[in-house]
Write a new protein. Structure first.
Length: 124
């Protein structure tokens, strides 16, 4: 059996460009972040688990528990991914409370607050 290929098929140019992919995150909001520290260690969060300041977790008013959120400090560009496991913050003008470990990752543990951008990560 003989296989033939047309001349048109032989002249195809292969374009070596990456495919455009949908982002794996959705920008949600931004504003001021604060953190809650070691004094709350062991207390129950709104999700029922115990707060551990060494874990990368956070409190948000409306996002579902278990949501993964990238928090970026706009003053230095540092970012961290946290898991939502609590409700809050309940201070006017704040959009998220992060754990001590997360605050250290983005360089806000000394000041206590920072202006941040938030992005909800998707499972894709």
């Amino acid at each position: 059996m003989m296989l033939t290929v047309s001349a048109a098929a032989q002249d195809l140019d292969v374009i070596d460009e990456p495919a455009i992919e949908a982002p794996d995150f959705t920008e949600i909001d931004g504003g001021m972040a604060s953190y809650y520290g070691n004094e709350l260690a062991g207390n129950r969060t709104a999700s029922g688990e115990r707060f551990d300041p060494a874990q990368l977790t956070a409190a948000h008013r409306t996002l579902p528990f278990g949501s993964m959120v990238r928090v970026t400090n706009t003053s230095n560009g540092d970012s961290v991914v946290v898991r939502i496991n609590d409700r809050g913050p309940f201070t006017h003008g704040r959009v998220i409370d992060v754990s001590t470990a997360a605050a250290r990752e983005i360089g806000m543990h000394r000041s206590g607050t920072a202006r941040v951008k938030l992005a909800l990560l998707t499972d894709d």
